[in-house]
Design a protein around this ligand. Structure first.
Ligand SMILES: [Zn+2]
Length: 376
């Protein structure tokens, strides 16, 4: 059988909300336990299952991508991911140093780079890549940050100086007072600094909203993050697709391991516009394509029609967020039900599948692997 029902892995990280993912899965939520991420893929830190079997065992290999639903209540750490070269070097270095793969001080868990695409499922706030250096400096001067920062001449020097200062070097009472006075509107960068301070206390990461572009996404908007870009997700829920990679360097707003030297080495210290990704929509299909070769996200809006498509030679994941659909393999006569909150793996042996019913399905795959045969 080339199509199987897939059971996700759930990550109960402390920053998650308690309702979004349980209600998507049709489960009762417990107010105490956060449900931060739902993972579909073969990553060893949270591998999906077919019945009781690990997905990689069924496929005979690992998937190059990882599909997630994320539900952010409190901000994630201010972080950056490596490119391929940096990941290979970092992985080799930490392995040679004898740091165990599961050691919390280990930053490189694999040799993969980590570009990522985030699609908002509701209002979503994020911090993404450096703002214009002049603007950062003007804000830092206005708010009376330490002179080491306000007198830095270039962004790379400024960022190096920023990382050289521990939280003790920042006069939090003075800065927060100045920030309160500067606050202009609800959920602007000053509001977020106060909110991050409320969540994480005296942590230099709380000033990230001055360093990075504050992004508000409406439902259906997406952004792409290439490796080496500093970023953080602040609030909201979304679908995330990325390479199957768990290499993270953190600046702050976390209790996890921080390695400022390595973060500085791999971060791209240049101001950058936010990379919004518009879906290309044709009939029932919307496709988000990015420069990453490892993944592509497709939404299928099926409305009581028969949708058939042929596939690439790689396996892919289907996840339903609305309605109920029948999925039929062309190799086998048996069909499977895909309803809200459930997922399927379509293996590489399956040349094409038919979908009918009414609902919305997200599909994670390797790019350019689909062509619609007919939709009627
Ligand atoms: Zn990230």
């Amino acid at each position: 059988m080339p199509v199987y029902t897939l059971r996700p892995a759930i990550q109960h990280y402390a920053w998650g909300d308690t309702t979004t993912i349980p209600s998507l899965l049709g489960m009762l939520s417990s107010e105490e336990e956060p449900w931060a991420e739902l993972w579909l893929g073969t990553h060893p830190m949270g591998e999906s299952k077919v019945s009781t079997f690990p997905l990689s065992g069924i496929l005979g290999q690992h998937l190059s991508f990882l599909f997630k639903v994320i539900a952010v209540q409190n901000a994630l750490s201010i972080q950056v991911h490596p490119n391929r070269q940096q990941a290979k070097e970092g992985f080799a270095r930490e392995t040679a140093a004898g740091i165990d793969l599961w050691d919390p001080t280990r930053s490189y868990k694999d040799e993969n780079h980590k570009p990522e695409l985030l699609l908002a499922l509701n209002d979503f706030w994020a911090l993404v890549s450096f703002r214009d250096f002049q603007v950062i400096q003007e804000d830092f001067k206005k708010l009376q940050f330490p002179s080491l920062l306000t007198q830095s001449e270039t962004l790379p020097v400024f960022f190096q100086n920023f990382l050289s200062l521990s939280a003790d070097h920042f006069d939090f009472p003075l800065l927060l007072k100045n920030i309160t006075q500067a606050q202009q509107q609800h959920m602007d960068k000053y509001w977020w600094i106060q909110e991050l301070f409320r969540q994480y206390g005296k942590d230099r990461g709380v000033f990230a909203p001055i360093l990075l572009n504050l992004v508000h996404l409406n439902k259906g908007q997406a952004i792409y993050l290439e490796p080496c870009q500093l970023h953080a997700y602040l609030r909201g829920s979304g679908i995330e697709i990325m390479t199957a990679c768990d290499n993270v360097l953190r600046l702050g707003c976390t209790k996890k391991h921080i390695d400022p030297q390595e973060l500085l080495r791999i971060t791209s210290c240049e101001s950058k516009e936010v990379h919004y990704v518009d879906a290309k929509t044709e009939g029932p299909l919307s496709v988000w394509t990015t420069p990453a070769e490892d993944f592509e996200l497709i939404r299928m809006d099926v409305n009581n029609e028969l949708l058939a498509y042929c596939r690439s030679t790689s396996a892919e994941i289907l996840f339903c967020v609305e309605g109920t659909l029948q999925i039929k393999s062309v190799l086998h006569s048996r069909s499977l039900v895909l309803k809200k909150g459930s997922a399927l793996i379509v293996t590489a042996q399956e040349p094409a599948i038919h979908i009918y019913g009414k609902g919305v399905v997200y599909r994670a795959a390797i790019p350019a692997s689909m062509s619609v045969l007919h939709s009627s």
